[in-house]
Design a protein around this ligand. Structure first.
Ligand SMILES: Nc1ncnc2c1ncn2[C@@H]1O[C@H](COP(=O)(O)OP(=O)(O)OP(=O)(O)O)[C@@H](O)[C@H]1O
Length: 227
């Protein structure tokens, strides 16, 4: 069974003359642990696709299954909890909470879920993310690369089955971009997490297990690039 199944998703924004068909009957599946790059021109529908997969927005029609769960059939509260436990989001803008330290930002999703963070895993993450010496710093005291690493830590702390990343390296230089991608790959291999990552960077896309291209709301699967 695929970890992610997207079935015949259509998304139309607006109505009448202002209607925009952002996704036109998009279907694909992703096995557990696969690292998938989503490429395509500006306005082609990539972010819309990621928002549907992560259930941040509802499609006009179609279904999304994460680990066999039909997300759009869930009630709002159940969906919020399911998403918090199973999906990690990483955005181009790091979206950190400025009043919280590095460590507090990372464990925030766990606290939201009324759970206690796994201390061993937190230490492991801080080490892998090279943030141990910055754990008590605030976001304003960090570089862009460090802030993105905190955002990655926050996405990984719940060990979600699915990680959705929208241009995670968009604000980073090439050195930091490579580090961020390496970290994501390491996570996907070590914890068998499935990653769907939008990128405009061709060389980053080429390092993915598989590339999906979105053009004008339709999807082309370029299959596996590496064996
Ligand atoms: N909330 C919205 N209301 C109306 N139209 C929208 C909305 N969000 C996106 N669109 C339109 O849907 C289409 C797809 O947008 P989307 O943001 O998914 O593209 P994208 O491929 O992610 O672009 P970029 O690479 O520039 O971020 C575009 O034509 C966009 O103008």
């Amino acid at each position: 069974m695929n970890l992610l199944e997207v079935k015949s998703i259509c998304k139309t924004y607006g109505s009448g003359e202002a209607a925009v068909q952002a996704l036109k009957n998009v279907s694909f599946g992703v096995p557990k642990g696969e690292f998938v790059a989503v490429v395509g021109e500006s306005g082609s529908g990539k972010s819309t696709l990621l928002n549907m997969v992560g259930a941040l927005d509802t499609p006009t029609s179609g279904k999304v299954f994460i680990d066999g769960n039909d997300t759009f059939s869930m009630k709002d509260n159940a969906l919020t909890v399911f998403r918090r436990r199973n999906v990690g989001f990483i955005f181009q803008a790091f979206n950190l909470i400025s009043e919280l330290t590095v460590e507090q930002n990372i464990i925030f999703p766990v606290l939201l879920d009324y759970q206690k963070p796994n201390k061993k895993y937190l230490e492991e993450l801080l080490t892998v993310l090279n943030l141990k010496e910055r754990r008590n710093h605030f976001p304003s005291q960090l570089s862009g690369g460090q802030q993105q690493r905190v955002a990655i830590g926050r996405a990984l702390i719940t060990r979600p089955a699915l990680i959705l990343a929208d241009e995670p390296t968009g604000n980073l230089d090439s050195q930091n971009s490579s580090e961020v991608i390496a970290l994501l790959k390491q996570a996907s291999k070590k914890y068998e997490q499935t990653i769907l990552m939008i990128t405009h960077n061709r060389s980053i896309a080429q390092t993915a297990d598989r590339v999906l291209q979105v053009s004008d709301g339709t999807l082309t699967d370029f299959g596996r690039c590496r064996e």
